[in-house]
Design a binder for this molecule. Structure first.
Ligand SMILES: NC(=O)c1ccc[n+]([C@@H]2O[C@H](COP(=O)([O-])OP(=O)(O)OC[C@H]3O[C@@H](n4cnc5c(N)ncnc54)[C@H](O)[C@@H]3O)[C@@H](O)[C@H]2O)c1
Length: 348
C-alpha cells in the first residue's frame, strides 16, 4: 500500500470502529492546532466522513498560517473554513456556531519549551481559557482538551499509572512549563465544567505518531523513521532509558472523537496502547532490527549542550488505559506497524 492508501485505510478504520456519525451529522466542529499532527488528522477525518459518509459537518480549522493549511488540506475543500488566530495573542473572532470544540493547539517542540517557556505557558493557559469562554458563549455541547501523559511527571510507583496517579513535577526546571501548563489547563477545563456547566473532558495522549505526520515533523519518532528510510544509524542524545507508552495516530483520533460524545465531564482519560510500552532505547532497537532489517545500528552520543534540546526528564511510566477502554475504545495498531504505516506515508 502506498502512503495515501494507508491514510485512507486509517480514516475507514476510524469510521468502521463505530464513530458516532449520526450524532455528528450536520454539526459544526472547531479544531485548534489544525496544521499540527493531531489537529490535521482530526480535520481530515471529519472531511473524509463528509465526503464518504455524507456527514455534512462544518469544520472550522483554527490556524495561524493559512498557506501552511492549504498545503495540507488543499485549496478549497468543501465543509472547511479557516479561523485565523494566534492563541498567545489577541482575541478569537468567532462569527460561527460550534457544537464541538477540540483544542489541540500547544507548543510541542522541546527546544521552544526551553527557549520560550513564558510563551509556552501563555499559549497553554491564555489559549485554553479563550477557547473555554468561546465554548460557553456558543453553548457548545462538548469540548475535548488534548492533554498529555506528561502531566504525570515522575510516577510514584512502578505499577500502572491511572488517571488519579499524578506524580512529581519539578517546577524549578524550565521545561516544566509544558507539563505544568497541561495540568493547569486541565484544571481550568474542570473549573469551567463546575462553574459554567461546560461538558469538557481531557484526553491524556501517550506519545502519538503514525501515517499523516507532516514533512516538518522532527520529534524522535520521525527521526528514527528517517534513519531507517535513509539507512543511517539512529543516534540517541540520551541513554534512552525513559520508558513510556505509545499510541497510533488513527487510534488516538478515534478516541478523541469518541470522547466528544462519551465519558464524564470534568474527567481525564489516558489514551495509550498498553502493549506499545517500551524504552526509547528499545524502540530505537526495534526500528533498527524490524524496520531497517538490521542494516542500521543504534548509537548513543550525548551532546555537551544536551540541556538546550529540552528533552523531557527520564521517566518510568506504564499507562493504564482501562478507563478509555471501558468506553468501548480499543487500540488496534502496535509499535512496529505504526512505524511501517508511518514510513509508507513518508515515502509517498
Ligand atoms: N503527538 C504527540 O505525541 C502528543 C503526545 C501527547 C500530547 N500531545 C498533545 O496533542 C496536542 C497536539 O499535538 P501535535 O502532536 O499535533 O503537535 P503539533 O506540534 O504537530 O501541533 C501543534 C499545533 O499547535 C499550533 N500552535 C502552537 N502555538 C500556537 C498558538 N500560539 N496559536 C495557535 N496555534 C498554535 C501549531 O501551529 C500546531 O498546528 C498538543 O496539545 C500536544 O501537547 C501530543
Amino acid at each position: 500500500m502506498n502512503g495515501k492508501q494507508v491514510l485512507t485505510e486509517d480514516f475507514q478504520n476510524i469510521v468502521e470502529a463505530g464513530l458516532p456519525l449520526d450524532e455528528f451529522k450536520g454539526k459544526s466542529f472547531l479544531i485548534t492546532g489544525a496544521t499540527g499532527l493531531i489537529g490535521s488528522l482530526l480535520v481530515q477525518t471529519l472531511l473524509y466522513c463528509n465526503q464518504e459518509h455524507a456527514m455534512d459537518a462544518k469544520v472550522y480549522a483554527m490556524v495561524r498560517d493559512t498557506e501552511k493549511a492549504k498545503k495540507i488540506f488543499g485549496e478549497n475543500p468543501s465543509g472547511l473554513e479557516y479561523v485565523v488566530a494566534d492563541l498567545a495573542k489577541g482575541e478569537i473572532a468567532a462569527e460561527f456556531a460550534c457544537d464541538y470544540v477540540i483544542h489541540a493547539a500547544a507548543v510541542t517542540t522541546s527546544k521552544l519549551m526551553v527557549s520560550d517557556p513564558v510563551g509556552t505557558i501563555r499559549t497553554a493557559i491564555d489559549g485554553t481559557e479563550k477557547l473555554l469562554k468561546l465554548a460557553v458563549e456558543k453553548k457548545a455541547s462538548s469540548f475535548v482538551y488534548i492533554s498529555s501523559m506528561e502531566v504525570y511527571g515522575q510516577p510514584k510507583s512502578d505499577g500502572k499509572t491511572a488517571e488519579k496517579d499524578l506524580g512529581y513535577i519539578d517546577i524549578g526546571t524550565v521545561r516544566s512549563c509544558y507539563p505544568e501548563g497541561k495540568r493547569m489547563c486541565e484544571c481550568l477545563c474542570n473549573a469551567y465544567a463546575a462553574q459554567y456547566g461546560l461538558n469538557v473532558k481531557s484526553a491524556r495522549l501517550a506519545q502519538t505518531f503514525g501515517a499523516g505526520i507532516l514533512p516538518t515533523e522532527n520529534r524522535v519518532f520521525a527521526q528514527f523513521a528517517r534513519s531507517a528510510i535513509n539507512g543511517e544509524n539512529i543516534v540517541l542524545h540520551t541513554t534512552g532509558e525513559s520508558e513510556g507508552n505509545y499510541v497510533y495516530t488513527a487510534d488516538a483520533v478515534r478516541a478523541i472523537l469518541m470522547l466528544l460524545v462519551n465519558g464524564t465531564s470534568g474527567e481525564a482519560y489516558n489514551i495509550a496502547n498498553e502493549e506499545s510500552h517500551t524504552t526509547i532505547r528499545n524502540m530505537a532497537e526495534l526500528v533498527a532490527e524490524q524496520i531497517a532489517n538490521n542494516q542500521i545500528q543504534v548509537v548513543i552520543d550525548i551532546p555537551k549542550d544536551a540541556a538546550s534540546f529540552g528533552y523531557a526528564p527520564p521517566v518510568k511510566m506504564r499507562l493504564d488505559a482501562s478507563k478509555m477502554c471501558a468506553l468501548g475504545w480499543k487500540p488496534t495498531v502496535g509499535l512496529a506497524d505504526a512505524y511501517r504505516r508511518m514510513i509508507a506515508w513518508m515515502n509517498e
